[in-house]
Design a protein around this ligand. Structure first.
Ligand code: SDX
Length: 435
């Protein structure tokens, strides 16, 4: 884009040639492709922007989630996370993320019924899950079974058929709790507990996780609501690592099941959604409040990272962490206080008072307290990233759908700065070369 199209521009001088360029500024950004005009000669490819890990690169325009990292603001489709967590259900928030507006009464009833009608998975998937070792990590099972679902719905490849696309979005939201619970039941050698469509979305998940010999599982209302809020807090987070993967795989026009499997694989990482599992192991390793100073000393020496702290965007506080602390107290009224909470509170208190963490802008993120709650609710630590994936599914799908329908987008294919060897030749014929 050139300046005559825009009133705001960068005026840059290429000191290699003395030429001056006007680079248009639109929505607070420059188009990286506008740099290509800056050349030293006709043979020159033109300038690239170099941004490993995309620290300062906008990959898309999105209307789904807004984050202000300095002010601790998180909004889904303009609504503050605090209001959504207080007044909405997870399915209402899922509808909002995917449709852009909150559902009215009739729309919500239809949405809820549609989700409820798709909670079952094909019986063959059970055989697939049975094939995993009992000690298989449930996140590895989830990544695999999400991809396996694509083989049961070949028409999911018709991603530009609106009805088909929306039907598979519904299926993924409806079935991920079933896949997650079945992975858990397999790990513990328990029979699969089938969905109970009389129950709410979180209530049905608790049913599939914990139902024993009772004829009908009845979730504790406080835990059911706490889980609903936790799912809301995890529902989307703009262009985080797994959302970026969801968009990149979707940009190749892969079906939503394969794209979601890739996103779940990214979430599995300990720097991303795997952090809540790592936090619990860290807290258990610290053990007591008395050991907190030594642990923080190791972090400050650069020996280890403080899991559950820090964020690429939030450089003040993660608003989700504040809400999760409230949820924690409500859960502990039912389950009893998790003794690791004292270690977490002491660790947070000391870290927030320590210049090292303040200077590095390291504050508790969404993963710091969520694991303590999940553990108090009885979830094995390996299930924590799986719970994160259940919550994030609507966000992934909203990002995926927005990406494939965005006329600005095409297949994701970054460039590189080549730093390898110049052209060289094999010389002697290959056969004579020593191995
Ligand atoms: C999630 O992106 C999202 O939105 C993610 C997420 C979502 O909802 O999708 O919010 C969910 O992934 C939350 C983050 C969960 N991960 C953890 O809690 C793992 C621990 N945190 C970090 O590894 C780290 O803070 C990240 C990965 C979250 C962010 O890393 P950045 O922004 O790439 O920062 P960095 O790794 O470049 O670190 C900058 C500096 C470094 O020090 P210097 O080399 O400059 O001296 O801060 C230090 C880091 O060493 N640092 C930490 C630290 N995090 C950063 N030091 C100790 N402990 C930490 N946790």
């Amino acid at each position: 884009m050139t300046t005559n199209e825009h009133t705001e521009a960068l005026k840059v001088t290429d000191t290699r040639t003395g030429r001056i360029y006007d680079i248009g500024i639109v929505d607070g950004a420059v188009h990286a492709t506008d740099l290509r005009q800056i050349k030293t000669g006709n043979e020159d490819f033109g300038l690239l922007s170099y941004d490993p890990a995309f620290l300062n690169t906008a990959s898309c325009r999105s209307a789904i989630t807004y984050i202000d990292g300095d002010r601790g603001i998180l909004r889904y489709r303009g609504y503050p996370i605090e209001e959504l967590a207080e007044q909405c259900s997870f399915l209402e928030v899922a509808y909002l993320l995917l449709h852009g507006e909150l559902a009215d009464k009739a729309e919500l009833e239809e949405w809820t019924d549609t989700i409820r009608n798709h909670t079952f998975i094909h019986e063959s998937i059970k055989k697939f899950i049975d094939g995993f070792h009992p000690d298989a990590h449930p996140m590895g099972i989830l990544v695999s079974t999400l991809a396996a679902l694509s083989t049961f719905y070949p028409d999911a490849k018709e991603i530009f058929d609106d009805d088909r696309r929306k039907s598979h979005i519904v299926r993924l939201i409806a079935k991920i709790p079933t896949l997650a619970a079945f992975a858990h039941r397999h790990a513990f050698g328990l029979p699969y507990a089938y969905p109970d469509d009389d129950l709410s979305y979180p209530g049905n998940f608790l049913n599939m996780m914990w139902k024993a010999t009772e004829l009908k599982y009845r979730p504790d209302p406080a835990l059911e609501r706490a889980l609903d809020v936790l799912l809301i807090l995890h529902a989307d987070h703009e262009q985080n690592c797994s959302a970026n993967v969801m968009r990149a795989v979707g940009s190749a026009h892969s079906d939503p099941y394969s794209s979601a499997s890739a996103a779940a694989a990214a979430l599995y990482g300990p720097l991303h959604g795997g952090a809540n599992e790592a936090v619990l192991k860290m807290l258990a390793g610290i053990g007591t409040v008395e050991n907190v100073p030594d642990h923080l000393a190791r972090v400050k020496r650069g020996e280890i990272r403080l899991m559950g702290f820090g964020h690429r965007v939030y450089k003040n506080f993660d608003p989700r962490a504040k809400i999760i602390k409230r949820v924690a107290s409500e859960v502990f009224e039912v389950t009893g206080r998790n003794p690791l909470l004292d270690v977490a509170l002491e660790l947070e208190k000391r870290a927030l008072e320590d210049p090292y963490f303040v200077e590095h802008k390291l504050y508790p993120n969404v993963d710091f307290y969520s694991g303590i709650i999940y553990q108090a609710m009885g979830f094995p630590v390996e299930m924590f990233p799986v719970l994160f994936a259940i919550g994030r599914m609507p966000g992934w799908l909203a990002q995926w759908e927005e990406g494939i329908l965005d006329p600005d987008q095409k297949i994701s294919r970054p460039r590189q700065l080549y730093v390898g060897p110049e052209e060289r030749h094999l010389g002697l014929a290959a056969s004579s070369r020593s191995r």
